[in-house]
Design a binder for this molecule. Structure first.
Ligand SMILES: [Zn+2]
Length: 266
């Protein structure tokens, strides 16, 4: 794929990323999906100049054009990620139908990830649609056998489902099981296992980092206020949504063919 095509796909993806931002805010919030976007702070309707993905954020240096309040980095970040996933999928040069299906799968995974990050819940409709599209892609378009893909999905999702049932949702959410189902459908057994293991590794590194930052902040606070008794680092106190790591690992395994077993053994 040449640079011009990559650029066009990227731009196209950022527009869908913009829509994704709206969807994350309004989905299941009782608000209309079709109305124009407002500033979250002063409620002013955004002009068309303020709606251009990434560029609006850069030109206004991350502030609202009328009230000057800060705009979350989430907006340009989601737009960039959406743009990148369009480029990655398009670079595979699949048929137009396969391209649309695959873009939708990863676009939904991005939506679910950010939604889970915000609301700590995985939207059911989006998770079901991802699972169905994953099956359509791997069985209908890539020619994998139907029953084995179904089995791989169930096999990967079962431990997460059991953990959810046993712990009453304290260790794992049901959302994690729903996403692993799609991962198995899409990547099969070894790819799916690789993605799940990879997501645990990334999740562990991320949690440790978060703990370290927390601990540093507490330590600084303690030193300042001399409240020595307050040194109680709650190691399990950080709640980290797991679905974003799974979605990211799925992307990595799918596009870079990362095989965790080879990585460990050799
Ligand atoms: Zn404003």
């Amino acid at each position: 794929m040449d640079l011009l095509h990559a650029f066009i796909w990227f731009g196209f993806g950022t527009i869908f990323g913009s829509f994704l931002n709206v969807l994350i805010l309004r989905y299941h919030s009782g608000r209309n999906l079709s109305g124009r976007s407002h500033c979250a702070s002063c409620n002013k309707t955004l002009t068309y100049k303020e709606l251009i993905p990434i560029l609006s954020f850069l030109s206004l240096r991350g502030h609202c054009g009328s009230c000057g309040s800060k705009v979350s980095y989430q907006y340009p970040l989601v737009e960039i990620l959406s743009g990148l996933l369009f480029v990655f999928v398009a670079s595979l040069a699949l048929s137009i139908f396969s391209t649309i299906v695959l873009i939708t799968i990863f676009w939904l995974l991005l939506f679910i990830s950010v939604y889970d990050f915000h609301h700590t819940i995985v939207p059911n409709e989006a998770a079901s649609l991802t699972a169905i599209l994953s099956l359509i892609f791997s069985v209908g378009l890539m020619g994998n056998p139907f029953f084995s893909q179904i089995l791989y999905g169930l096999f990967l999702a079962l431990p997460f489902y059991v953990l959810w049932r046993v712990s009453d949702g304290r260790w794992m959410g049901l959302g994690d099981a729903k996403i692993t189902l799609s991962i198995g459908f899409l990547l099969g057994l070894s790819g799916g296992l690789s993605a799940v293991i990879l997501s645990f590794w990334i999740g562990a590194v991320f949690s440790l980092l978060l703990l370290f930052i927390n601990w540093q902040r507490k330590f600084r606070l303690m030193r300042n206020s001399k409240l020595k008794l307050s040194l109680r680092v709650r190691t399990m106190g950080v709640e980290v949504p797991f679905v974003p790591f799974m979605a990211f690992s799925t992307f990595i395994v799918f596009f870079f063919k990362v095989d965790v077993f080879n990585l460990v053994l050799f």
